[in-house]
Design a protein around this ligand. Structure first.
Ligand code: HOZ
Length: 429
């Protein structure tokens, strides 16, 4: 597959933007080579500037659950743009989106809209600290909560892919109140709470991890998380930026039956436009300015165009839930990819929750970062390039989840499996 225009644009981009990109996850750092430059998208497909077509399994890193350019979402955005681009003042769409969020995620009684998932997690931990009057936050190795300074410790996603889980510029002072625990390790959590319980403001976690590849929590781990936070008066912050409205209409918390104190949202909540949100019980949320004293603000928060995309997307997910179809397609794809690896005698495991999945080049199913990081990333890079050059666009890192959308068809999935078979069969040679 030839990409001369992509190459030319990316060459210039490297002079204009650090690494040629505006976010590192898309830079192909974990697989080598140059990223593809895209021109347009439709349904389950992406089209690059050279006219090549790809089946898309990134979906803009999660938001495009309905596929690209869903006609109802496009119509809602067009209508909003005709009225205004931004008010920086209240508008009715904010109520509508917040109503939908509260309806779909019952642990949320009150919401604050922001412009990204990072803003949501950053604000959620500030709220937990302001509400409890405590400083310490627990996070888990391999979980990623955006580029918030105090959470950029042992972080997954591009921090793990590019080998900078602790970024230069994040001071020791900023992270001194962050305690890193092992995901799925109940004893570790108990130990930390025994030692520091009365100083812990909150625990932030990915209820199904997407940022070290897909990793699922054990029921025991989830129960311990909830019990210990309750017992010690700490807030449980469920980071559903990736899983919210993805694994079910009510997110991972509905699927796994957990009730957090605060939930952070992003990606799907904006239907592909920049929105994040955090919400929870009213008595907690009312600590935020101007109802309370915890400062948090944003000129573009509740932007009318972005809220229109979010409303249209959430309404479609509520009224025509695609989750059964997504689960079937996800299973078909996951089973097919795993079988293709095994047929080629390549050690691999597959983790999947609905339409979110990862083929790990690892003979053990990862349950934490120690396990996930043992995956064969060189083999992953070869697999990635084999697929890309045959028209399948997968996440460019072993440590990111792949997403199926409601626009994918069985034929797309079958074509992907056949392509993976061809690619993986060539590995022995
Ligand atoms: N949060 C995304 C991956 N888990 C990264 C998005 C980006 O960097 O573009």
């Amino acid at each position: 597959m030839q990409r001369p225009k992509s190459h030319a644009i990316f060459s210039r981009a490297k002079e204009l933007m650090p690494g040629g990109v505006n976010s590192p996850a898309r830079a192909f750092g974990g697989v080598g080579g140059e990223p593809v430059v895209f021109e347009r998208a439709a349904g389950a497909y992406l089209f690059d500037v050279d006219g090549n077509q790809y089946i898309d399994y990134i979906g803009s890193w999660g938001p495009m659950i309905l596929g690209h350019q869903h006609p109802q979402v496009v119509a809602a955005v067009r209508e909003a743009i005709e009225k205004a681009f931004s008010f920086g003042a209240p508008s009715p769409g904010e109520n509508e989106l917040c109503e939908l969020i509260c309806q779909l995620v019952p642990s949320i009684e009150m919401v604050r809209l922001v412009s990204s998932g990072t803003e949501a997690t950053m604000s959620a931990i500030r709220l937990a600290r302001g509400y409890t009057g405590r400083d310490r936050i627990i996070k888990f190795a391999g979980n990623y909560h955006g580029h918030v300074d105090s959470l950029l410790v042992a972080a997954g996603s591009s921090a793990a892919t590019l080998g900078v889980p602790n970024s230069p510029g994040v001071t020791a002072g900023t992270t001194q109140d962050t305690i890193v625990c092992r995901y799925n390790d109940v004893a570790n959590l108990e130990e930390v709470f025994t030692e520091h319980g009365s100083t812990i403001a909150g625990v932030i976690f990915e209820p199904i991890v997407g940022n070290m590849g897909t990793v699922v929590p054990t029921p025991d781990f989830l129960q311990t998380l909830r019990e210990l936070t309750w017992k010690h008066g700490a807030l449980l912050i469920c980071d559903e930026v990736m899983t919210g409205f993805r694994v079910s209409a009510g997110g991972a918390q509905q699927l796994l039956d957990i009730t957090p104190d605060i939930t952070t949202l992003g990606k799907i909540v904006g239907g592909g436009m920049p929105i994040g949100a955090y919400g929870g019980r009213k008595e907690i949320m009312e600590h935020i300015l101007p109802a309370g004293k915890v400062f948090q603000a944003g000129t573009l928060s509740g932007n009318p165009v972005a809220t229109a995309a979010g409303i249209a997307t959430l309404k479609l997910l509520r009224d025509q839930p695609p989750y059964e179809k997504l689960d079937q397609l996800g299973k078909l794809l996951g089973d097919g990819l795993l079988a293709a690896a095994h047929e080629a005698k390549i050690p691999a495991t597959l983790t999947r929750v609905g339409s979110m999945l990862t083929l790990f080049f690892n003979d053990m199913q990862p349950t934490d970062w120690d396990g996930a990081s043992k995956s064969d990333t060189t083999r992953f890079a070869r697999y990635f390039w084999g697929l890309l050059n045959r028209g399948v666009y997968m996440p460019c890192s072993q440590y990111e989840a792949l997403f199926v959308s409601a626009a994918h068809t069985e034929a797309d999935i079958q074509q992907t499996i056949d392509t993976a078979k061809e690619v993986l069969a060539g590995f022995g040679a």
